[in-house]
Design a protein around this ligand. Structure first.
Ligand code: S3P
Length: 426
C-alpha cells in the first residue's frame, strides 16, 4: 500500500485535456456492446482498474474484443456462460449493472469483487430483480457478493424505487429489455441518465417522462455504439477544487461531459463564489465541452437537493467547504455511507484531522471553514477520499496513505497533479 506526500502549491494557470475518461459511460459502453448486432467502436475508453475489469468480464462472457490502443472494437454473438468467476474488483456500478444484464442471460454466472465491494449492499438490485423472476443469490439473503445468477425469464414490471440510484435504475432497465412486456421504472429524483441516452442512441425503445422511464422489450438486437467517451466530470472536479482553493489560479478542463446530472458539484462551487464558465463543443449521446474554473474567495452553502447529481463529488466539495467562509451543510446524503467507504465518516474524520470543525449527522455533516492543517490521512481504500485530501494538501501539505485505489478511476491523476505541485511517493 503506497503513500504520498503532497506539497503546498503556488498559483497556477493550466489547461488539461487528459482528464480520465468517464467511468460510468465506459462501463456502459463495454456492457451495452453485448446487446448490439455488429461491432461497437469505443474511443477514449477509461483504462482504469474498474472499467478494465468490466471489459475483461465482457470478454469472459464471449465478446470478441479488438484493441489497437486507441479504439476498442467489441462484437458479441450473445452472452455466453463462463467457466471464470467474474471479478468486478472495486466497482459497484460493474456488479449492479451486470446483475441486470445477466438476470435474463442463458447460463449460470458468479460475480465477485474486492474486500470493499463484498461489503456493499446488493439487495437494492437483487431484491427488485428477484421480484420479477430473476434467480439471484448471495450471502445475507442476496445482499452481499459473491453473487450467483442463473438466467431466467423475467416478468414485466412497474417499479417505484425509494432511492435515486442510477445503478439500480440501469440494472432494472437492462432487465426490462428482456422482460415479457412493457416496463416502467420510477425514481424519487432523477439520477444520472447515461443508460437511457446510450440505449436510445442504439435504437432501444426507452422513453423518459419526468421521473418515469418506460422500456419496451428488445424485438431485435440493437445498433452498435460508435462513441468517444468524454472526460469524467467527477475526476475533473478534483482539479476544479484545486483552482478554486488556490489564490489567483485558473484551470480549463477540456472535453468533459456537461450532462446536467453530472455537473451539479461545479454549480455548487459556483454558488460558493468560484468563477466557472461552460462552453459546449459537441452533443451526440451526451453534451460535451470545456469548463473553466477561476479562483475567487469562497463562502459556505447548503447542499440538500439533487444529491445524486453530486454524490461522487461531495468529498472533494468538502475540501472547498473547509476553505470557505462560514458553515456549509450537507443534508439528505445518507447514500454517502454505502459508497466505496462510508464517506460521511471518512470525510468528517479526515477534516477533523486537518483541524477543521465538523459535525456528523446520519444523513450528512456540517463543515466550518477554517485553516486547513497538514495531517496524515488514511484513504480507507476509497479513491475519491484519497484524491480529495491530496487536493487539500495543495493548501497546507498532506500525507495520504493507501493511494493505490486511485487506479480504479484516475490512473494519470499524479501526472496531472505534478503540473501543479511537488509530490513524493513513499
Ligand atoms: C454510478 C452511479 C452512482 C455513482 C457511481 C456511478 C453509475 O451510484 O455514485 O459512482 O455509473 O451508475 P448510485 O447509482 O448507486 O448512486
Amino acid at each position: 500500500m503506497s503513500k504520498v506526500k503532497v506539497f503546498p502549491a503556488e498559483k497556477f494557470s493550466l489547461s488539461m485535456d487528459e482528464i480520465a475518461p468517464d467511468k460510468s459511460i465506459s462501463h456502459r459502453s463495454a456492457m451495452f456492446s453485448m446487446l448490439a448486432c455488429g461491432t461497437s467502436e469505443i474511443s477514449n475508453f477509461l483504462r482504469a482498474e474498474d472499467t478494465l475489469n468490466t471489459l475483461e468480464i465482457v470478454k469472459n462472457l464471449g465478446a470478441k474484443i479488438e484493441d489497437d490502443g486507441t479504439i476498442i472494437k467489441i462484437s458479441s454473438d450473445g452472452i455466453q456462460e463462463s467457466s471464470k468467476i467474474l471479478d468486478c474488483g472495486n466497482s459497484g456500478t460493474g456488479m449492479r449493472l451486470f446483475c441486470g444484464l445477466l438476470s435474463s442471460a442463458n447460463g449460470h454466472f458468479i460475480l465477485t469483487g474486492d474486500e470493499y465491494l463484498c461489503r456493499r449492499p446488493m439487495k437494492r438490485v437483487t431484491s427488485p430483480l428477484r421480484d420479477i423472476g430473476a434467480k439471484l443469490d448471495g450471502r445475507n439473503d442476496g445482499d452481499l457478493a459473491p453473487l450467483s445468477i442463473r438466467g431466467a425469464s423475467l416478468k414485466a414490471f412497474d417499479y417505484v424505487s425509494k432511492i435515486a440510484s442510477a445503478q439500480v435504475k440501469s440494472a432494472m432497465i437492462l432487465a426490462a429489455l428482456r422482460a415479457d412486456g412493457i416496463c416502467t421504472y420510477t425514481e424519487p429524483e432523477l439520477s444520472r441518465d447515461h443508460t437511457e441516452r446510450m440505449l436510445k442512441g442504439m435504437g432501444a425503445e426507452v422513453k423518459v417522462d419526468g421521473l418515469t422511464t418506460t422500456i419496451a422489450p428488445m424485438k431485435e438486437l440493437l445498433s452498435p455504439l460508435k462513441i468517444r467517451v468524454p472526460a469524467d466530470p467527477s475526476s475533473a472536479f478534483f482539479f476544479a477544487v484545486a483552482a478554486a482553493i488556490t489564490p489567483d489560479s485558473k484551470i480549463i478542463l477540456e472535453g468533459v461531459t456537461l450532462n446536467v446530472t453530472r455537473i451539479e458539484a461545479f454549480k455548487a462551487l459556483e454558488r460558493m463564489g468560484a468563477d466557472i464558465k461552460y462552453e459546449l463543443t459537441d452533443d451526440k449521446y451526451e453534451p460535451v465541452g470545456n469548463i473553466t474554473v477561476s479562483y475567487a474567495p469562497l463562502h459556505a452553502i447548503t447542499v440538500e437537493e439533487n444529491i445524486s447529481w453530486l454524490i461522487d463529488e461531495l468529498p472533494a466539495l468538502s475540501i472547498a467547504f473547509a476553505c470557505a467562509k462560514g458553515v456549509s451543510v450537507v443534508k439528505n446524503a445518507e447514500e454517502l455511507r454505502v459508497k466505496e467507504s462510508d464517506r460521511i465518516s471518512t470525510v468528517v474524520n479526515g477534516l477533523m484531522a486537518c483541524g477543521i470543525t465538523v459535525d456528523e449527522y446520519k444523513d450528512g455533516y456540517t463543515v466550518k471553514g477554517g485553516l486547513l492543517q497538514s495531517a496524515a490521512i488514511d484513504s480507507h481504500g476509497d479513491h475519491r477520499i484519497a484524491m480529495s485530501f491530496i487536493i487539500a494538501g495543495l493548501r497546507c501539505g498532506m500525507e495520504v496513505d493507501d493511494i493505490d485505489c486511485i487506479n480504479t478511476s484516475f490512473p494519470n491523476f499524479f501526472d496531472l497533479l505534478s503540473r501543479i505541485t511537488k509530490v513524493e511517493f513513499k
